[in-house]
Design a protein around this ligand. Structure first.
Ligand SMILES: [Zn+2]
Length: 376
C-alpha cells in the first residue's frame, strides 16, 4: 500500500500529461478542420489549402476571401510570398504558367491592373513570350480595346508609326492584316462556318464547302435556266425579303450564289480573256478569295432594270436589306477596308443582329468580324 501511494503521484502526473496532449491534439484537429472547412467554403482546393497551412497564411487568405488567382498561387510551385497582394488583385485566367508569369511581369514593373490586361489579351504562350520583354509603353492605349491581341503588340506600334491612326483603328487594321500585302501570308480556312470572313488576307481552300446548300427556285432567278445554290438561311431570308419588297413593287432576283473553288478558277480565266487582267484584279476575286464560296453571298438583280445601281431595287435594298440580315458587302465609301471597288449588287447574309449593327454604325463586315466574332 505504501509503495502504491508513493507511486501514485508520478502515474497521475504522466496521465495528466497524456490527457493534456490528447486534449491539445483534439482541439488542434478541431481547429484545423474548422479552418480547412472555412477555406473549402471559399472554394479553395485541397492542394491550395495544404499549401496555405504550410505557409501559415490561413488568416491572410481568410481575409482575402474567395479568389481564383490566390487559389492558383497556392497551388503553384512558383508562389512568392511578397506577391500575395498582387495575386489578389490580378484577374484570374486559366493559364498554365499564370503565377510564374505574374511574378515575372511584377518584376518588370507592371501593376496588377496592367497584368490583368496582359493576361486577358493572349493565351499562355503569348503571355510567356510577352513577359520576357522589357516593360512596354502604350500598354493601356492598345489593351483597353477588347479585341487587341498581345502577340500583335509590335505590329500595332509599327503601324501607328507609319499611319498615325488612333489606337482603335490601328488595332482593327492590324488584326485585319492591313500591315501585310494583299494576297501575301494569308490565313487559310478549311472548314465552313456561317460567319466566316473572306477578304484579300483570308482565303478559303478547296476543302471549304458550305453546308446546307439549297437550290434557289427558278422564280427568284434572273436567268431561269441557271442552277444557283445558296445556304438555306440565305434562301429563307431572301424569300422573306422579296415578299416584303413586292408590297413596294420591288422585284429582286438572284444572279449568283455559291461558287465552288473550281468555278472561280474557270471564271477568272473567262474574264481575263474577255476584259483583261486589270478587270480581273479589280472585280474578280481570285480562287479561294471569293465570298461566293461561302454560300452566304448573293448577287442581286432587278427584274426590269439591267444596271442594278440605277434600279429602284437597289435603293430599296440600301434602305431595307439589313432588316432581313443582308449587308452590302463592298460599299463605295469602304473600298480601303474591303479591298474591293463598290459592288452594288453583292450582298452578304450575316443575320439580322450583325446586319443592323453594321448598318447603324456604318462599318464593314471585316471590322464587325474583328470586333465581335473572331475567336482563337
Ligand atoms: Zn458577288
Amino acid at each position: 500500500m505504501k509503495k502504491r501511494r508513493k507511486l501514485k503521484p508520478a502515474v497521475l502526473k504522466k496521465l495528466k500529461i497524456v490527457v493534456l496532449i490528447f486534449v491539445v491534439l483534439f482541439v488542434g484537429i478541431l481547429f484545423i478542420n474548422n479552418e480547412k472547412n472555412t477555406l473549402r467554403k471559399l472554394s479553395y482546393s485541397e492542394k491550395a489549402i495544404s499549401s496555405i497551412f504550410q505557409k501559415w497564411q490561413i488568416s491572410a487568405v481568410k481575409e482575402i476571401g474567395e479568389n481564383k488567382t490566390i487559389n492558383a498561387a497556392f497551388e503553384s510551385k512558383n508562389y512568392q510570398q511578397k506577391n500575395l497582394k498582387v495575386y489578389q488583385k490580378v484577374t484570374y485566367q486559366n493559364q498554365k504558367d499564370l503565377i510564374k508569369n505574374i511574378n515575372t511581369l511584377t518584376k518588370k514593373g507592371y501593376k496588377p491592373n496592367e497584368i490583368s490586361m496582359i493576361l486577358e489579351h493572349g493565351d499562355n504562350k503569348d503571355v510567356t513570350e510577352f513577359a520576357k520583354r522589357k516593360k512596354v509603353k502604350y500598354l493601356e492605349q492598345y489593351f483597353s480595346i477588347p479585341y487587341a491581341k498581345l502577340k500583335n503588340y509590335d505590329r500595332y506600334v509599327a503601324y501607328y508609326d507609319q499611319e498615325r491612326e488612333d489606337a482603335e483603328t490601328t488595332v482593327l487594321h492590324v488584326n485585319l492584316d492591313f500591315d501585310k500585302e494583299e494576297y501575301e501570308d494569308v490565313i487559310k480556312i478549311d472548314t465552313f462556318s456561317e460567319n466566316v470572313l473572306v477578304n484579300k488576307h483570308r482565303m478559303l481552300t478547296e476543302k471549304f464547302v458550305p453546308k446546307n446548300l439549297k437550290k434557289v427556285p427558278s422564280k427568284y432567278l434572273k436567268s431561269k435556266n441557271e442552277t444557283i445554290e445558296v445556304h438555306q438561311k440565305v434562301l429563307a431570308a431572301f424569300k422573306k425579303m422579296q415578299e416584303e419588297a413586292e408590297k413596294d413593287n420591288i422585284y429582286l432576283l438572284i444572279n449568283s450564289g455559291y461558287r465552288s473553288f473550281q468555278d472561280q478558277l474557270d471564271t477568272m480565266e473567262l474574264y481575263k480573256e474577255a476584259y483583261g487582267q486589270n478587270y480581273v484584279d479589280n472585280y474578280v476575286a481570285k480562287a479561294g478569295f471569293s465570298e461566293h464560296q461561302t454560300g452566304m453571298s448573293i448577287d442581286v438583280a432587278s427584274r426590269d432594270v439591267s444596271t442594278f445601281v440605277e434600279s429602284n431595287e437597289y435603293s430599296w435594298m440600301m434602305d431595307n436589306a439589313y432588316l432581313y440580315g443582308f449587308i452590302l458587302r463592298y460599299p463605295k465609301s469602304k473600298e480601303e477596308i474591303t479591298g474591293y471597288k463598290c459592288e452594288a449588287w453583292h450582298y452578304r447574309y450575316v443575320g439580322i443582329k450583325a446586319a443592323k449593327y453594321i448598318h447603324e454604325h456604318n462599318i464593314t463586315y471585316d471590322e464587325y468580324y474583328i470586333m465581335f466574332l473572331e475567336e482563337e
